[in-house]
Ligand binder design. Structure first.
Ligand SMILES: Nc1ncnc2c1ncn2[C@@H]1O[C@H](COP(=O)(O)OP(=O)(O)OP(=O)(O)O)[C@@H](O)[C@H]1O
Ligand SMILES: O=c1ccn([C@@H]2O[C@H](COP(=O)(O)O)[C@@H](O)[C@H]2O)c(=O)[nH]1
Length: 378
């Protein structure tokens, strides 16, 4: 038997969340396979085999070679899908991206082989700036277009509050006062979210949005992640208070956030000046800050953010086919709830222009009505 399987595999773009993700060398005990071949740990039919890292796979090994089908197969929760793969070598070429296809369905998902466990060396970029500076908007774009995993510390805290656990009331009182929640709660949530994302997607590039908000936050992070990890780059969104207030009052129409009002924004801005700016200064002194003027329009800010993040996630081209950022958000009211969509302009095969939401959640197409000079439901 060849040397032990030590390769890690990420699958992306299959269109099935239960198939995409990180696969680790199979721990399935030695046994005889369907086609009668004796398999050893990490191997199946004499070929390397992998299990889904989050264990959410109906069969193990979840990625393996099937002698019966003469194809590589990827399991999903309700069974398995056969995929063919060009490279049938026992040891894959780790520099190669394997393009495989699900029979009859396109586009092909991508299989990428890593020489080491991507979970051990996450790459982190902190994104900081005043309340309403546009951090979440840009991180969402970076997630959908460049493959970064976006973790908003504020969103994680709000989800924890909503879940109603032991810390829910405490979190609520800090958020309402615009104060910084004790760091052990926040770092614990970020770490858990990183682990979950790593095991389900295998992507190890994180944008940590709205953190660290203070010197104490930073030492709390180092206490959990250690000091050996390289100091993360910090994207710092600069934006004057007046613009922040206008943006937050715009967002207040649909966000439902209890701290989206002028009084809370001022409290948050105050905390930002007194507690967050000192940690930005520390990162600046370390040469780790990239400044972004986020008072500009979305299209221009995105250009700067994209340049700052270039190559960082390992994804060089957009994950989606979407073309140009529309520059404006659109608001859609559905059964009384208004949701804001950041949109792309895209040209369909019929030559018509469409608006598509950046996060992919919005699949209706919109057409531009030339007579009325405005966007309308198609
Ligand atoms: N460059 C921009 N120009 C105009 N409006 C923007 C721009 N970027 C974001 N916005 C809008 O401003 C509002 C606040 O943006 P966003 O939620 O991204 O800010 P944030 O920095 O994440 O805020 P918070 O820290 O309060 O969570 C949103 O309604 C968003 O659509
Ligand atoms: O690291 C963090 C992040 C957030 N908070 C609290 O949440 C609110 C809202 O945060 P947003 O980044 O604007 O979503 C913030 O005012 C803090 O009260 C925190 O304590 N620590």
């Amino acid at each position: 038997m060849a040397e032990e399987n030590k390769y890690y595999v990420t699958v992306s773009g299959s269109g099935l969340p239960e198939v995409d993700g990180l696969y680790v060398p199979s721990t399935e005990p030695p046994k005889i396979s369907e086609s009668g071949t004796q398999s050893s740990k990490g191997y199946w039919n004499d070929k390397m085999a992998w299990d889904r890292a989050d264990r959410k796979s109906a069969r193990n090994p979840a990625l393996s070679y099937s002698n019966s089908y003469k194809a590589w197969r990827l399991c999903r929760l309700d069974g398995h899908l056969a995929y063919t793969i060009e490279n049938e070598d026992a040891l894959p070429d780790t520099s190669q991206t394997w393009d495989v296809y699900k029979k009859g369905v396109s586009p092909a998902p991508t299989i990428k082989v890593h020489e080491s466990d991507p979970r051990l060396a996450p790459s982190v970029v902190f994104v900081l700036g005043g309340p309403g500076a546009g951090k979440g908007t840009m991180c969402e774009l970076a997630a959908n277009q460049l493959g970064w995993t976006h973790l908003s510390a504020g969103d994680l805290l709000r989800a924890e509050r909503k879940a109603g656990g032991a810390n829910a009331d405490l979190i609520e009182s800090y958020i309402t006062e615009g104060k910084i929640v004790p760091v052990e709660i926040t770092v614990g949530l970020i770490k858990k979210a990183m682990e979950e994302a790593l095991s389900s997607t295998g992507r190890n590039s994180f944008l940590v949005d709205g953190f660290p908000r203070s010197l104490e936050n930073w030492s709390g992070w180092q206490g959990v992640f250690g000091t050996a990890m390289a100091v993360p780059t910090m994207l710092f969104f600069e934006c004057p208070l007046q613009v922040l207030e206008e943006r937050i009052m715009g967002r207040a129409q649909f966000s439902g956030r209890s701290d989206d009002n002028v009084e809370a924004v001022r409290k948050r801005f105050n905390t930002y000046k007194t507690e967050t700016m000192p940690i930005v200064d520390v990162f600046r002194a370390l040469g780790s800050v990239v400044d972004v003027d986020s008072s500009k329009g979305r299209v221009e800010v995105w250009k700067d953010v994209k340049a700052a993040l270039k190559g960082g996630s390992g994804v060089e081209k957009p994950l989606t086919e979407r073309s140009e950022l529309a520059g404006d958000n659109i608001y859609v009211t559905w059964e009384g709830d208004t949701t804001e969509y950041l949109c792309f302009l895209s040209q369909g095969v019929d030559g018509e222009l469409y608006m598509i939401s950046a996060d992919g959640s919005f699949t209706e197409t919109y057409g531009f009505n030339q007579d009325e000079d405005q966007w309308r439901f198609a």
